[in-house]
Design a protein around this ligand. Structure first.
Ligand code: ADP
Ligand code: MG
Ligand code: ZN
Length: 530
């Protein structure tokens, strides 16, 4: 949580903007800040005399009223059960809206990633899938599934999916306002319905509304009294210092163009849109021959008429950047976007949330977060290809009506080898001579402790020096090399095949065959959890 001068000022502004808040809550500090909201930790005294913590989400005043109301409707109808965050109350004054939710103290994903046991990782995934099953049953596509939107209290084993700020409805959604949003997007924007929302928006669930204790509440609390821990760190403090597996690198994905198959015809978007986009000009090249010029021409003569310049370069070329864009929903966070989102497939389903859950599982299994870290969709797709294979990507894209061209054949990676390699699980057997296993083991461990720097890789694991393998025979079962207390296998030495099978099914490139949340919950990996 963040307190201090700036935040005190912000809290004061919140009190002024929505005075009802001050009557009931003492706002202690900020726990999250996104593009569309600020989230505060607040305390209120209940009728019973008990003090309870709440999370107050103050939406930016420029949010569309229907968008706000839809977020609220997702929380009220689908929330409060199966690890989906519920809502207690909502305040509105003019264009300011504050959503009051139960507060769930939570761990920052990146802080605990390396200390989680395999069992915990499995439980995390099970609970995430439970939340997804719940919202998908309501016809809600979350669109922004990622660790900072899935709160996890490790100690209490509590979980909550939050943030329906980008949610969309399936064609048969039960969330009426998501239908309204959909209709609005398709048709022209109808008049704002803000005025149909009255003062405080009642919530059709047992509303725990603390008694109005007015200013007296404030005196009972000080910032030093409650330490809510590390919550919201990811959003607030700029995230992890961890390296992602990928940086910004291009793997020669040439382009994504709508599939020429007439059966799955895709309406090309307006060429003028591409032509009017600003392109970075390279100053050293004469104006006539700049990529900008070429790109403009490419755009004006149609998206596929030019040979692109990406090959063997570490950036997506301007021709590709200038290709006409298809309008399709692409909200979300780049590293978690499904292939069909990256390629702007117009009919996106709940399967996009499953893909994001797969990316989280990939992080858990590999110990890397963020796993993918591309800034644009083309590079993000290229990064996915390096893991899932280029042919597989091309094939899958064809299924959902897109043509992906890739100049290089990238084989699909074996998921176990990839994750174990990245996690550097202590799987390397310590070579020990068969004649004296125990003596040798002790000797090796002593040497490890003496030479930690040279022996430790990625701070957690020990690997024997390269030359030892020649001088010893391997024994069975392998002796796991460990620095006491630092490299407890925590189950990571025995990750069952089922885990990688589920990962493979979550990260199915084709949304039509990708596993659903419901199916995933009965996957053999979770046999003793259900
Ligand atoms: P945004 O749309 O701005 O991302 P979120 O709803 O995701 O807003 O909330 C931002 C952050 O605030 C979350 O990542 C989380 O750290 C914190 N947060 C949100 N809701 C709660 C809650 N009910 N309990 C505790 N923390 C919460
Ligand atoms: Mg969020
Ligand atoms: Zn190109």
């Amino acid at each position: 949580m963040v307190g201090g001068g700036d935040v005190t000022g912000e809290i004061e502004k919140l009190y002024v903007a929505v005075p009802q808040v001050r009557n009931i809550f003492y706002v202690m500090g900020k726990i999250g800040e996104g593009t569309f909201s600020s989230v505060y930790l607040a305390v209120a005294r209940l009728k019973s005399g008990e003090d309870r913590k709440f999370a107050l989400k103050h939406l930016i005043p420029t949010s569309h009223p229907t968008r706000i109301a839809a977020e609220l409707q997702c929380l009220t109808l689908a929330g409060g059960e199966d690890n989906v965050m519920g809502v207690k109350y909502c305040f509105r004054k003019n264009d300011h809206v504050v959503i009051v939710m139960p507060y769930l103290e939570h761990d920052c994903f990146v802080d605990i990633l390396h200390s989680l046991s395999f069992q915990e990782a499995k439980e995390y995934m099970y609970n995430l899938l439970k939340a997804l099953r719940r919202i998908h049953q309501f016809g809600i596509v979350h669109r922004d599934v990622k660790p900072s939107n899935f709160l996890y209290n490790r100690r209490l084993k509590q979980y909550a999916l939050v943030d329906f700020g980008l949610a969309q409805g399936t064609p048969d959604t039960q969330i009426e306002l998501l239908k309204v949003l959909q209709a609005k997007k398709q048709g022209s924007c109808s008049q704002s319905n803000l005025h149909t929302m009255s003062g405080n928006i009642p919530v059709p669930r047992e509303v725990v509304l603390p008694s109005s204790t007015k200013q007296s509440v404030k005196r009972h609390w000080s910032h030093s009294q409650i330490n809510p821990g590390n919550n919201g760190k990811e959003g607030l403090l700029g995230g992890s210092t961890q390296r992602s597996v990928f940086g910004e690198r291009n793997f020669n994905v040439h382009s994504v163009v709508p599939e020429a198959n007439p059966e799955k015809k895709i309406k090309p978007s307006k060429i003028t849109e591409a032509a009017s986009r600003k392109l970075p000009a390279r100053k050293s090249v004469p104006a006539k021959n700049t990529s900008e010029g070429v790109a403009r021409k490419a755009a004006s003569t149609g998206p596929t008429s030019q040979t692109c310049e990406c090959y063997a370069r570490d950036q997506v070329c301007n021709i590709c950047l200038a290709r006409s864009r298809q309008v399709a929903p692409r909200a979300g966070t780049p590293g978690f976007r499904a292939p069909e989102v990256l390629t702007k497939c117009p009919n996106q389903t709940t399967a996009i949330d499953i893909w994001s859950a797969g990316i989280i599982f990939l992080s858990l299994l590999s110990g890397r977060y963020h796993f993918f870290n591309a800034g644009d969709d083309m590079n993000a797709l290229a990064q996915i290809m390096t893991i899932r294979g280029s042919r597989e990507t091309v094939q899958a894209a064809k299924q959902f009506g897109k043509t992906v061209l890739c100049s290089k054949d990238l084989p699909a990676k074996d998921l176990r080898a990839l994750c174990e390699g990245l996690r550097q699980v202590c799987l390397t057997p310590i070579p020990v001579p068969e004649y004296d296993v125990q003596k040798q083991r002790t000797a090796l461990q002593t040497r490890m402790l003496e030479n930690q720097d040279g022996w430790f890789r990625d701070e957690t694991c020990v690997t024997p020096p390269a030359n030892t393998s020649q001088s010893f025979n391997y024994t069975s079962p392998p002796a796991y090399s460990m620095h006491p207390g630092q490299c407890a296998p925590n189950g990571w030495d025995k990750v069952p095949d089922e885990a990688y099978h589920l990962l493979d099914r979550l990260l199915d490139m084709n949304p039509a065959t990708r596993i659903t949340a419901e199916e995933a919950l009965s996957h053999p990996l979770f046999i003793n959890l259900s």
